[in-house]
Design a protein around this ligand. Structure first.
Ligand SMILES: Nc1ncnc2c1ncn2[C@@H]1O[C@H](COP(=O)(O)OP(=O)(O)OP(=O)(O)O)[C@@H](O)[C@H]1O
Ligand SMILES: [Mg+2]
Length: 429
């Protein structure tokens, strides 16, 4: 490409019978020839000549002007010879019925004679700038890099799936040099935004709306960067936007996230809906969160059976028992025996720091790293990183005693209280 500001190199193709020194000048040539931003080139549109012309020179756009036969044939030849080159076709008024055929053959725009000279210049500029944007997009990092997907699934509502997912994502981002994403595919009930005090209208629905032109920069722009470094893609706040998304689309979003991030933590609904299933099928690791009580364990058993039916190797399913020390909890031995599955991580019930973290909209691993729950969640993050082969780059001891990532920050409950107030109806006394 020549240095900017480069003129647009536009080739106008005409059949021999239409042009030439003794014949009238084409309106297209007259209009474009007088525009200083365009370098005009002319060529013949005869059989084989069009293809040769577009292959032999560097061009920004080609215009199929006056041709004796069917312009769609010329367009097809050009499209075949130079698939990336934008084509504009100029038709006579009585050729309206073939305009659509021209577009299907590969033209990007058409124009009817007679036209205002300014119109054709505008069409050329618009088509060229659209093509430039398209090229810029496709030149960004391709979506091919394969990150690892960690799915966090609660056996039942309220067992702590969001807590585990949010704190896991944050500890992974803090202790490794990996790019970490947190994606909420609990489309109808996701609350990662609340857990991280993120106020945004952006959600997975915005990514779904751009699936066709999805690339890394679009993903980065749509996701919200939490101060911990985690890129967050929340569930939609409007239910109708959530309901319009299918499992197939969720899978496509997750594939794009996996291509753009090293580690993608996905939190699902506790109901194994189509979005949860899409995530599970793609998962490298599944964290099944449950609590030590009958209803949650019964659902956990069902889920483990589902994992077995889906052909998951046992090591892919990590059993996380939350609130392990709760009063009247079923003993761990009985749980493991009945589930036929060993616990990978046990988390204590630790109400006070959890409530404080929730009210502050801060992950407990940041707000209260030295609490019992904070320490255990740091340990989970560290072990998951090691399991996935993500190198630990920041020093964090298991007991939460070291510096940097787990220093207790100054606490502010301000932001979340403001959010709570904003939820109250305006007319409330
Ligand atoms: N170990 C714990 N100790 C004390 N409280 C906890 C613990 N784990 C979770 N909680 C609290 O329990 C509640 C439910 O947790 P969380 O929102 O993580 O569950 P969930 O499985 O995502 O729920 P839902 O099904 O509604 O999405 C929250 O108020 C959370 O702060
Ligand atoms: Mg939740």
């Amino acid at each position: 490409m020549s240095a900017s500001p480069a003129k647009l190199r536009v080739l106008v193709l005409r059949d021999a019978g239409f042009g030439g020194a003794n014949e009238t000048e084409s309106e297209v040539v007259a209009a474009l020839g007088s525009d200083s931003s365009i370098r005009l080139l002319e060529g013949a549109a005869g059989y084989g000549e069009a293809a040769r012309s577009v292959q032999n020179q560097e061009l920004d756009l080609v215009i199929v002007d006056e041709v004796a036969g069917d312009p769609t044939t010329v367009i097809e030849q050009i499209e075949h010879a130079a698939p990336e080159l934008p084509i504009v076709v100029v038709l006579d008024e009585d050729q309206a019925m073939i305009a659509q055929a021209c577009m299907l053959a590969g033209a990007r725009a058409y124009l009817f004679r007679p036209f205002d000279p300014a119109d054709i210049v505008e069409v050329v500029r618009q088509v060229c700038s659209k093509e430039e944007r398209r090229r810029a997009r496709t030149n960004t990092k391709p979506l091919t890099q394969a990150g690892r997907l960690i799915v966090v699934h609660g056996s039942k509502g309220g067992v702590g799936a969001t807590t585990v997912a949010v704190n896991l994502a944050v500890t992974l981002a803090k202790t490794t040099d990996q790019r970490v994403a947190l994606v909420d595919v609990n489309l109808l009930g996701g609350d990662t935004d609340v857990a991280l005090n993120i106020v945004t209208d952006n959600s997975i629905a915005d990514v779904v709306a751009h699936l066709r032109e999805l690339d890394n920069s679009l993903l980065d722009d749509t996701m919200i960067r939490h101060p911990s470094g985690v890129f967050v893609l929340p569930a939609p706040s409007q239910l109708e936007r959530a309901e319009a998304i299918g499992g197939h689309e969720t899978a496509m979003v997750l594939a794009a996230c996996r291509a753009n991030f090293d580690l993608v933590v996905v939190v699902t609904s506790s109901r194994p809906d189509e979005h949860a299933l899409a995530a599970l099928e793609m998962a490298d690791l599944v964290m099944l969160v449950t609590t030590p009580e009958i209803a949650a364990l019964k659902s956990a058993a069902r889920f483990l059976q589902l994992g077995h039916n889906l052909g998951f190797p046992p090591e892919k399913l990590q059993l996380v028992i939350n609130r392990l020390n709760s009063k009247n909890a079923i003993p761990l031995d009985d749980i493991e025996e009945n589930l036929h599955h060993k616990m990978s991580y046990g988390l204590p019930s630790d109400g006070e720091p959890m409530v404080e973290a929730q009210n502050a909209g801060e992950p407990v691993v940041i707000l209260r790293p030295r609490s019992r729950i904070g320490r255990e969640l740091w340990r989970v993050g560290r072990e998951v990183a090691l399991k996935l082969g993500a190198p630990i780059t920041a020093a964090v001891t298991v007991d939460g005693a070291t510096a940097d990532p787990i220093q207790e920050p100054k606490r502010s409950r301000f932001a979340l209280l403001a959010r709570f107030r904003s939820l109250r109806p305006a007319t409330a006394p």
